[in-house]
Ligand binder design. Structure first.
Ligand code: SF4
Length: 717
């Protein structure tokens, strides 16, 4: 940002990265040419010079490094500007030598008409010969609410099945399963800003300073104000410096630890009997189930001393106001739903929901994973989480969309990959997701993608998944389109186009509509606002929230109970959205990880994100500042672990599991426990998910990304 780079105009929007949903302003230059080597673009369309934070409800002017500096990926030289069609004879697969700047060695450019016709014809012919069950679609939590709505509508009304899913299956599906079961709603019960009102805040299985950085500033502020911060995690983290207690537990020992806390609360009578009587059901069964799970009995399983378990249980239970926040360290386990059930039981037993400064909050990952889930990008539910198997609820959508809908729940992300290998799913449409990097056991997932008879990928770049595509449709980046997104706090927010897309790239909603028309669906939306208007007919969660209101106010939280009201930050004060209005306790028992460590694979592998790199790196690794900060894959280990291996920081190590091996640079991290290694999953050259375990939580169908048995060894430099 130099003196000569004075913006011509500003455009208010929302950050495209995480679920915090920071509001920002793009500062745009209209008459400047693009930088040398940048993607072909409409020079008059403008380019973003820099970004500043706005005074949004969830960020109050703040931005993290991704929001502030990660805005230039749309101008990357490898940006797709025309539709591409696979060249004859080019094998499908992730080619390590693939040059993203030279996709034309694998594909040829095509007109939109030719590409759309070929994309749709490949899918319609598979449906004609094999039935609706032969097709599936992955939508994206990176797209707007309107695009998510249209995508699931296309799959349900055009493909004819419920085989539609997205990355919620890889992040918080187990949390949503537990919340739906116990509370009747899958969203948070209070915003993270409520942490400022709480006396105790529990953070477990999350690393907000890395993954929700601006939310972390609220936790720091709360701690400075006197809130007791209790951090429960196998790994240390930056927020430990603000914690009242930071408790490291054995990887996979969450259910044992949380049940031991419940045991203390029951045994010492620390529960809130009046709240339990008024607002819950099933407490007697829960109390009976935890009788034998004393701190002494659970300590060997979770690695936390009985004294510490009692101390943190008492602190949480006796607080006037307490909140629990969790992340994928809770959800990405084969017992992820049980983990979330335990957290819900803690809150219900102690009456810690429904008041300011109390609540349950799964910190949602992607910028629109809440909204995409609300809009129905889930195989077992229609928009607003209405089960596809409920004839009455389904009938409302059949009337709205004037078609008959499949009553059978569809397959989930990993199940779809299995169905491809089994030969039942033969064609896919993947919008903005990158399963060739994000799925567990990538060799299996890539084998599945390669065996598809027809694959259509819609994205900004030739991602690893697009390298398997028959047709690639060039889409529009967030800063290039209008649309709404919903953050982790249930705030529906307005995003606005700041610049035009390069070349012939098109908005996702337009492309989905063109595909739908080729399935014989007579769609005729002229703008996302018309899609939003249709969504309001099927989603009561959007009552009193209109496109026009969002254009004016930028953000309204749902549920919003009256015209002009700001929406309900804290919900379920009087009743839960379950039959009888009562929440339900769901007892659990500790279970071992699917693949415990053993003599052959003695170390725990865990995976996740970095502050600088978002998910599979499709955006952040093409953002200059972010990629300069973290340019290469590194595995984080405790210094003692490195010493035991005889590997110095900066030297290469090999990590092997029963599914694959990768070699990458070793990094010394004193916050790591011994016996564990952390690998980020953003780097194709050392793809962490070649190693991960595809075993699923039986309820949320989420893979166990947070625990795989692995073996470490020095690698030849
Ligand atoms: Fe964007 Fe999340 Fe950072 Fe806010 S905290 S700027 S939403 S990545």
């Amino acid at each position: 940002r130099g003196d000569s780079a004075v913006a011509d105009r500003t455009v208010d929007s929302v950050c495209p990265y995480c679920g915090v949903g920071c509001q920002l302003t793009y500062h745009v230059k209209d008459d400047a040419p693009h930088a040398a080597g940048s993607a072909p673009s409409n020079a008059e369309a403008g380019r973003i010079l820099f970004v500043t934070g706005r005074n949004g409800p969830s960020n109050q002017g703040r931005l993290c490094v991704k929001g502030r500096f990660g805005f230039d990926y749309p101008n990357h030289p490898a940006r797709l500007t025309r539709p591409l069609i696979r060249l004859e004879g080019v094998p499908k697969g992730v080619d390590p030598d693939f040059d993203p700047a030279e996709p034309l060695t694998h594909f040829r450019e095509a007109s939109w008409e030719e590409a759309l016709d070929l994309a749709a014809e490949g899918l319609t012919s598979l449906k004609a010969s094999n039935g609706p069950e032969a097709l599936a679609g992955f939508g994206s939590a990176k797209c707007s609410n309107e695009e998510a709505w249209l995508f699931q509508k296309l799959v349900r009304t055009g493909f004819g099945s419920n085989h539609v899913d997205h990355c919620t299956r890889l992040c918080h599906a187990s949390s949503v399963a537990a919340l739906m079961e116990c509370l009747g709603s899958g969203a948070v019960t209070a915003s993270f800003m409520q942490a400022l009102e709480a006396d105790v805040v529990v953070l477990t299985g999350c690393n907000p300073a890395v993954n929700h950085p601006v939310a972390a500033t609220y936790f720091k502020q709360a701690a400075r104000n006197g809130t007791r911060l209790i951090i429960l995690d196998p790994r240390g983290q930056a927020l430990d410096a603000y914690a009242w207690r930071s408790v490291r537990f054995t990887p996979g020992g969450d259910v044992a630890l949380l049940n031991a806390m419940l045991n203390v609360i029951v045994a010492e009578g620390l529960y809130d009997q009046a709240y339990i009587d008024t607002h819950t059901e099933g407490f007697a069964a829960l109390a009976a189930s935890v009788v034998d799970m004393t701190p002494e009995a659970m300590s060997p399983l979770c690695g936390v001393s009985p004294g510490t378990i009692r101390e943190i249980a008492r602190a949480y239970a006796t607080a006037d106001k307490a909140m629990i926040f969790w992340g994928m360290g809770i959800s990405q386990h084969t017992h992820g739903t049980d983990n979330a059930r335990c957290l819900i039981s803690l809150a219900l037993a102690c009456g810690q929901t429904g008041r300011p400064g109390t609540g349950l909050h799964p910190l949602r990952g992607q910028n629109n994973v809440q909204g995409a889930s609300d809009a129905g990008l889930i195989p077992m539910v229609l928009p607003d989480y209405q089960p596809v198997g409920d004839a009455q609820l389904r009938a409302a959508f059949e009337e709205l969309w004037n078609t008959e809908l499949d009553p059978e729940p569809g397959l989930t992300v990993v199940e779809i990959m299995d169905a491809i290998v089994a030969g039942t799913i033969k064609g896919m449409y993947i919008l903005g997701e990158n399963p060739a990097m994000s799925d567990p056991d990538l060799n299996h997932a890539r084998q599945a993608l390669a065996s598809l008879e027809h694959l259509v990928v819609q994205d900004l770049f030739v991602t690893e998944t697009a390298q398997f595509a028959d047709v690639i449709l060039p889409a529009t980046a967030w800063a290039e389109k209008d649309g709404t997104v919903t953050n982790t706090n249930r705030q529906v927010q307005m995003g606005r186009a700041a610049v035009a897309p390069p070349g012939e790239a098109k908005p996702d909603w337009w492309i989905i509509q063109e595909m739908a028309r080729r399935f014989g669906l007579g769609w005729d939306y002229a703008h996302p606002r018309e899609v939003f208007a249709e969504m309001k007919q099927g989603m009561s969660s959007l009552d009193h929230i209109s496109w026009e209101r969002l254009e004016t106010e930028d953000s309204v939280i749902y549920p919003c109970l009256a015209p002009g009201a700001p929406g309900e930050d804290v919900v379920f004060s009087d009743a839960f959205p379950r039959a009888g209005g009562k929440a339900k306790f769901s007892p659990t028992r500790p279970l071992p990880p699917d693949e415990p460590v053993d003599a052959d694979y003695p170390t725990v592998l865990t995976t996740g994100r970095l502050l600088e790199h978002w998910h599979t790196g499709a955006m952040t690794r093409r953002s200059r500042v972010l990629d300069d900060l973290e340019p290469e894959a590194a595995a984080s280990l405790a210094p003692a672990e490195l010493g035991r291996l005889g590997v110095a920081p900066g030297e290469p190590i090999t990590i092997a599991t029963r599914r694959g091996r990768i070699t990458l640079t070793a990094r010394s991290d004193p916050r790591m426990p011994e016996g564990m290694v952390f690998v980020p999953f953003a780097f194709v050259e050392a793809a962490a998910n070649l190693l991960t375990n595809p075993a699923l939580d039986p309820y949320g169908k989420i893979p166990e990304f947070k625990y795989a048995a692995c073996r470490l060894s020095p690698a030849a430099p």
